[in-house]
Design a protein around this ligand. Structure first.
Ligand code: UDP
Length: 240
């Protein structure tokens, strides 16, 4: 089921259904884009139409961030599962290892993508990492990088440049990469590589992962200040 929330069309699927759908995208061989949508992006997209257009031109949009799940519920849609970028990436890597899909990791600081790739090889033996590239490059280098990716014949491209940069990059350069599935995954490489610790399960369960990330990295306060504004917007639109 696809629901409309603050102008964005979001797919209400379980993790298993999401992985199944993406497997179909890979097998089709045609280009597909996946967005893991968080409240910060959706809030910004209210003013920046281009960002909303990117979401709505995607083939699959998952509810990342508890704010999206909560907002959808207030809007009257029962979103049972949060499908975050990192969980989706790990589940897809597991699937990739069993089906032989080749994955490419683009993004994060130099060396981090390679370290994350190594961790993925240990965790999912047999996974084919088609290649890696860090995310600190100039705009004019994008075409060269996209062509390099294209030569690797990757089938899933994980892009970790942070939102909305990764979604904009995918929308512009995926055709040149020729990779059937491209997904923006935010800070996932930092976590998979072990450089950043993910909140323990109990913290995720009490829905306080955002607080854990804030304590780990207080500079996130600026972006998290968007959350009360997002909540107010939802309140105005769906409650009053
Ligand atoms: N990043 C990058 N290139 C840039 C800016 C950011 O590769 O020009 C990376 C950064 O190193 C980090 C990720 O993008 O690995 C963004 O992580 P963040 O936690 O901000 O993303 P979120 O998961 O919150 O969307």
């Amino acid at each position: 089921m696809r629901v409309e929330f603050l102008g964005a069309y979001i797919d209400v699927l379980t993790m298993e259904e999401t992985v199944e759908r993406i497997t179909g995208f890979v097998n089709s061989g045609y280009l597909h884009r996946v967005v893991t949508l968080n409240p910060e992006y959706l809030y910004r997209a209210q003013k920046q139409r281009e960002l909303l257009d990117i979401v709505n031109a995607s083939d699959l949009v998952t509810p990342d961030g508890i704010g999206i799940v909560w907002g959808c519920r207030i809007a009257g849609y029962l979103v049972v599962e949060r499908v975050t970028g990192i969980d989706l990436m790990l589940n897809l890597c597991k699937r990739a290892a069993s089906l032989g899909f080749r994955v490419f990791l683009l993004g994060a600081a130099p060396k981090v993508a390679e370290e994350a790739a190594q961790k993925l090889r240990e965790r999912y033996p047999g996974i084919e990492i088609a290649g890696t590239h860090h995310g600190y490059f100039e705009e004019h280098e994008s075409t060269r990088i996209a062509k390099e990716i294209s030569k690797t014949n990757a089938q899933i491209l994980f892009v970790a440049l942070g939102a909305p940069k990764q979604e904009m990059w995918i929308s512009k350069y995926q055709p040149q990469t020729n990779v059937p599935v491209a997904i923006g995954v935010g800070g996932s490489f930092d976590v998979i590589s072990g450089r950043v610790k993910r909140a323990p399960l109990w913290v995720q369960r009490i829905r306080a992962e955002w607080l854990y990330r804030l304590i780990q990295d207080p500079s996130r306060i600026k972006r998290q200040l968007v959350l009360p504004k997002f909540a107010w917007l939802v309140f105005k639109k769906y409650i009053i």
